[in-house]
Design a binder for this molecule. Structure first.
Ligand code: ADP
Ligand code: MG
Length: 295
């Protein structure tokens, strides 16, 4: 049960500050962006031992009819620079709800998310959208594009929205499209591509703004086996060779082999694979548990 007593101190601070949202939004004039703790130009320390993203005591409750559903229950986690983190769990476990909270899309009822030590939810929704645009790359199950634009322009879009010149945005987008082996399709419209090709373009778009974090929620769900491998390899390469921090959500047991850093979500609770108190601290036990649940 969530009571005032078990709200961590960091979270209390956020609850008290919440009423300041308007003041914070008004402080978003251009002149102040440079010194903004998240949107500003201060260099990011990739060697920092502090987590880039930290969640403390997150809970979310929905009312469905007369019933209360709680897909996220008192979840805390830390994600470090350069991590490749897998959030694994069966369908309906609460993975997407959790990741939507981590991305600043859906505010938690209790708890707080800290991005580079800054409370994410002290900012209003518009400012969080700017933070997503500039600092996060997001890959969804089914990629969404602006259908009337070419692939190249779709990939360049996050940069254009962030004020980059058309010329520079196009140069960067082209480079990224080439890196995911989609260069020769740059003039195509999104609908002219297969699902796997679209997902590769979506990853290029997620990387183009040089984000602090890439979130991929079931990025391979609708793909054929060959495209699954390609997409996973692109993500692994972005992590290993470019040092990108990636959070991948999946319900596919096969993917656990790609990272030792994984969390298991079940009934809204989160278990850290590295935590010895975790009843599911090795893959075998998780496999056993999940299979049992399926039988
Ligand atoms: N906006 C919402 N309103 C009501 N219930 C929701 C909402 N979003 C998610 N849920 C419920 O929360 C549970 C977890 O959903 P979700 O986070 O999408 O799981 P997963 O991504 O692991 O499949 C499900 O039972 C779902 O019906
Ligand atoms: Mg989901």
């Amino acid at each position: 049960m969530i009571t005032d007593k078990n709200i961590p101190n960091k979270v209390r601070i956020r609850v008290e500050k919440k009423s300041n949202n308007d003041a914070i939004n008004k402080g978003l004039e251009k002149s102040k962006i440079d010194s903004h703790p998240i949107l500003g130009n201060s260099p990011i320390n990739h060697f920092s031992e502090k987590p880039i993203l930290e969640a403390v005591g997150l809970s979310k409750i929905y009312k469905v009819g007369k019933q209360l559903v709680s897909p996220v229950k008192d979840i805390s986690l830390q994600i470090g620079y350069g991590d490749f983190v897998i959030i694994f769990g069966p369908s309906g476990a609460g993975k997407s709800t959790l990741v939507n909270i981590l991305m600043g899309i859906e505010s938690p009822d209790v708890g707080e998310v800290f991005l580079k030590d800054e409370s994410l939810y002290k900012y209003g929704s518009e400012e969080r959208a700017k933070i997503r645009l500039k600092r996060f790359g997001i890959v969804t199950q089914i990629p969404y594009f602006l259908d009337q634009l070419s692939i190249l322009d779709n990939v360049a879009l996050p940069l254009l929205l962030d004020g980059e010149s058309k010329k520079n945005a196009t140069i960067k987008a082209r480079k990224l499209l080439k890196s995911v082996k989609m260069g020769k399709f740059e003039k195509f419209k999104p609908r002219e591509l297969s699902g796997g090709q679209q997902q590769k373009v979506a990853i290029a778009r997620a990387i183009v703004n040089d984000p602090w974090l890439i979130f991929a929620d079931e990025p391979t769900l609708n793909l054929d086996a060959e495209s699954v491998d390609e997409v996973i390899n692109i993500l692994l390469d972005a992590n290993k060779n470019s040092g990108r921090t990636i959070i991948m959500v999946t319900h596919n047991l096969e993917f656990l082999k790609y990272s030792k850093k994984w969390f298991f979500v079940k009934d809204g609770r989160l278990w850290d694979a590295e935590d010895s108190k975790n009843p599911f601290h090795n893959i075998k036990e998780v496999v056993g548990y999940v299979k049992e649940g399926l039988e």
